[in-house]
Design a protein around this ligand. Structure first.
Ligand code: ADP
Ligand code: MG
Length: 142
């Protein structure tokens, strides 16, 4: 299996609920290497740019408003099969559909406010990590 990068974002609901440390613990326990993480305040413009692929969808405006509603925490991850393994760890978009034990099942309130973002392909993993982090901010190692 290939070593991949994936971007996680601890969304504003995660930070508001003081769950950042708890979710990072899940991520580390699952064997992901954290290359970098930081606190970011998105705006409608920067949040809209990140989620541009969803522009035109009915939930786009509320998604962008939510993502700019408070600080969030992007985390650059690396691991073999990182993208699929991270989506398995977080569970389905709607916490009602997420498997027991997944981060969204454990901590999310709704499909809109679902605690965490995960990249959906290895290509997007690289693009999304680069959206938030320069190469020199990414620390290779364990
Ligand atoms: P995922 O985050 O699981 O990859 P999507 O890429 O389909 O899900 O959607 C991006 C984000 O937009 C979701 O995580 C969720 O916060 C929000 N979202 C998606 N679909 C809906 C919906 N039907 N209603 C409200 N919010 C939604
Ligand atoms: Mg997605």
């Amino acid at each position: 299996m290939a070593v991949e990068r994936a971007l996680a974002i601890l969304k504003p609901d995660c930070i508001r609920k003081h769950l950042a440390g708890t979710v990072v613990a899940h991520i580390q326990k699952a064997g992901f290497n954290i290359l970098s993480m930081k606190m970011v305040q998105l705006t409608p413009t920067t949040g809209g740019a990140f989620y541009a692929v969803h522009k035109g969808r009915p939930f786009y405006d509320s998604l962008v408003e939510f993502m700019a509603s408070g600080p969030c925490m992007p985390i650059a991850l690396e691991k073999e099969n990182a993208v699929a393994d991270f989506r398995e760890l977080i569970g389905a978009t709607d916490p009602k559909d997420a498997k027991e034990g997944t981060i969204r099942k454990l901590y999310a309130d709704s499909k809109g406010e679902n605690i965490v973002h995960g990249s959906d392909s290895p290509e997007n993993g690289r693009i999304e990590v680069a959206f938030f982090f320069s190469e020199r901010e990414l620390v290779e190692g364990k």
